[in-house]
Design a protein. Structure first.
Length: 264
């Protein structure tokens, strides 16, 4: 791979990916709608709104791989979600179609199944039960990725990320945490396997409390090494532990299930 595009490079995961994925290609192209740090000698920095089709087409040109992290990452107005996650994603896939179909790592989300209970078994073939418009937009993204694969052969790893932060900070994240190291090793595998196809998988570390299994994608050869287990006592010690009746302790989507529904 000569040039890897990272969208959302100004965001939480994007800033980490900028530091940790440089070994994957001689050139990193970094993009976001917000200004980013000045480029190093191996970097290209491009400010670009995903909802601008022409700009996204130019962005994707000459890239051999895409880590797509850009977009609205929380529950917001439908118009914001529409521009970034729906129009923006369609623009990305059209740009890929016209620029050599680079392999895509798509940051999907556990919030496509947020209204399942934590004690329900959910696998990759379970019906989606999004917990907000944000989750709905990720369902669209999953369907679009699958459509471009079935129609055109565009390869994508649809990664339903749990909670990818430096460390788990609450009860729910003891199940959903994905460590930065495990995120990096997953991206490495996605771009290393000779044939990827279009798998949907869970972006989650080897947490004992995890609700999801990745047995169906053993061909990727990805083995998460971290576990949230070692943080359990320190989280208990903070007192940040929900009552059994709290959504954080009942529903997979946790507090997102309680977000107000925007009417614009
Ligand atoms: P973030 O909100 O920190 O980063 C997203 C970036 O996308 C931001 O820098 C934002 O400026 C950019 N963006 C928003 N609208 C845009 C537009 N119209 N055009 C171009 N760029 C735009 O989110 P984070 O945590 O870094 O997540 C990255 C991706 O991973 C997101 O797609 C999120 O939905 C997904 N994800 C993250 C999880 C996590 O635990 N961090 C869990 C599940 C999914
Ligand atoms: C997500 O999809 C969000 O982007 C992130 O901010 C967290 O809320 C994460 O899920 C989570 O469920 O912890």
């Amino acid at each position: 791979m000569k040039r890897l595009l990272i969208t959302g490079a100004g965001g939480g995961l994007g800033r980490m990916a900028r530091q940790r994925l440089a070994h994957l290609a001689p050139v990193l192209r970094l993009s976001d709608i917000v200004p980013m740090e000045e480029p190093a000698s191996n970097e290209e920095v491009v400010v670009c709104d995903l909802s601008d089709a022409a700009a996204v087409s130019a962005l994707v040109k000459d890239c051999d791989g895409i880590v797509h992290l850009g977009g609205v990452s929380t529950e917001q107005s439908f118009s914001a979600i529409l521009d970034a996650n729906i129009v923006g994603l369609r623009n990305l896939y059209e740009a890929a179609r016209h620029n050599g179909m680079p392999r895509i790592f798509f940051a999907a989300s556990n919030h496509v199944v947020g209204f399942y209970r934590q004690d329900e078994k959910v696998d990759i073939d379970s019906a989606v039960r999004p917990d907000g418009l944000y989750g709905v937009s990720k369902c669209f993204g999953e369907a679009l990725a699958r459509f471009y694969y079935d129609k055109l052969g565009q390869e994508t790893a649809i990664v339903r990320i749990g909670s990818c932060f430096e460390r788990p900070t609450d009860y729910r994240m003891l199940a959903t945490w994905l460590s930065y190291d495990d995120f990096v090793s997953l991206v490495e595998r996605v771009f290393a396997v000779p044939e990827l196809g279009c798998p949907t998988l869970w972006g989650v570390s080897a947490n004992s409390r995890a609700w999801w299994s990745n047995e169906h994608v053993s061909y990727l050869g990805w083995q998460p090494k971290d576990s949230a287990d070692r943080f359990e006592q320190s989280i208990r010690d903070t007192g940040n532990w929900p009552d059994p009746g709290h959504p954080l302790a009942i529903l997979q989507g946790g507090n997102n299930t309680q977000d107000p529904l925007s009417d614009h």
